[in-house]
Design a protein around this ligand. Structure first.
Ligand code: WAQ
Ligand code: MG
Length: 276
């Protein structure tokens, strides 16, 4: 039987993350053994060519996976909302989160949490009932690991994204991550924008709305980004959810539909229509 490996890369400058180095880049893949060398070399190139600066430390880990424990999940579909600037984008993000079923004042609070969070490695998890943080703050957030596109889908995925001019690593990895996050027990929605200074787009994801990209959620040049997972503590146990996010290996076995571009007004009007 063909062996499958999880390859993880993390890169930093001024030394190892564990000795205070500054995080530059991180990524992971799930690949067949025969593709290990190619994958390691791609990830190494990525580490050395990052807008956050040149790294002087890279850590690789390669681990064989138990194929029987891998679960397959579908991709979220993609919609893009075009906004003029990040202020409009953040307002729009609040409205989209609200559409996912969270009260508007709570959505405002959640967005502010992301705006105010500093130097996170993973995601903040917030309970949508009490608005309390459920991740351990000392850990700098929960890292989701063990997800990727199923090998055979990647070419179709890239062609599909290419047609809409969104074939880049940010989109590919974020859609895979969000699809896993939304499939986790108790998670209602996710809000994210990148920490890469030259990548201003972000998204809100939910089961019903899919992966809703918003073209600007921060100003160009800003290297503050993050992720917030909104969790409903009446629906699941937080430990079960965090375990799933950290440990369950998931492959995305469908290719997303790309449902066009909207202005924020048009998106909100249309989704009101859909919900009637
Ligand atoms: N698990 C949890 N949180 C993570 C993970 C992970 N595996 N990876 C990154 N984060 C958190 C961490 O706090 C980062 O600072 C933050 O998210 C942003 O990470 O065009 O590139 O990898 O469709 O910079 C959105 C794409 C791209 C929008 C998001 O995030 C589009 C992106 P980045
Ligand atoms: Mg980044």
């Amino acid at each position: 039987m063909e062996k499958i490996f999880n390859v993880k890369m993390r890169a930093a400058k001024r030394g190892d993350h564990k000795q205070g180095g500054i995080h530059i880049s991180g990524a992971e893949r799930i690949v067949k053994k025969e593709n290990l060398e190619k994958t390691v070399s791609e990830l190494m190139k990525r580490a050395f060519n990052h807008s956050k600066g040149e790294c002087d430390f890279i850590n690789f880990s390669l681990q064989e996976l138990n194929k029987e424990k891998i679960i397959k999940i579908p991709s979220l579909d993609i919609i893009t909302i075009k906004v003029d600037d990040y202020k409009e984008g953040r307002k729009c993000a609040i409205n989209v989160m609200n559409k996912s079923g969270i009260e508007k004042t709570k959505c405002e609070h959640i967005l502010k949490l992301l705006e105010d969070s500093e130097d996170m490695k993973g995601a903040v998890i917030v309970d949508i009932n009490s608005l309390k943080r459920l991740d351990n703050e000392a850990d700098k957030g929960v890292r989701v690991t063990g997800m990727d596109w199923e090998g055979n889908n990647v070419h179709i995925l890239e062609e599909t994204l290419e047609k809409h001019n969104i074939n880049n690593n940010h989109v590919k990895e974020a859609v895979a991550l969000a699809s896993k996050v939304i499939s986790a027990p108790g998670i209602i929605c996710e809000l994210c924008w990148s920490d890469d200074p030259d990548y201003t787009a972000g998204y809100v994801a939910s089961e019903e709305l899919g992966y809703v990209r918003i073209t600007h959620l921060k100003q160009h040049g800003d290297s503050k980004g993050g992720r917030i997972f909104c969790f409903d503590s009446s629906k699941a146990e937080i430990n079960e959810c965090i375990n799933y996010l950290r440990k369950t290996v998931t492959l995305i076995n469908t290719v997303p539909l790309i449902n066009g571009e909207y202005t924020s007004d048009k998106y909100l009007e249309d989704s009101d229509e859909r919900n009637k």
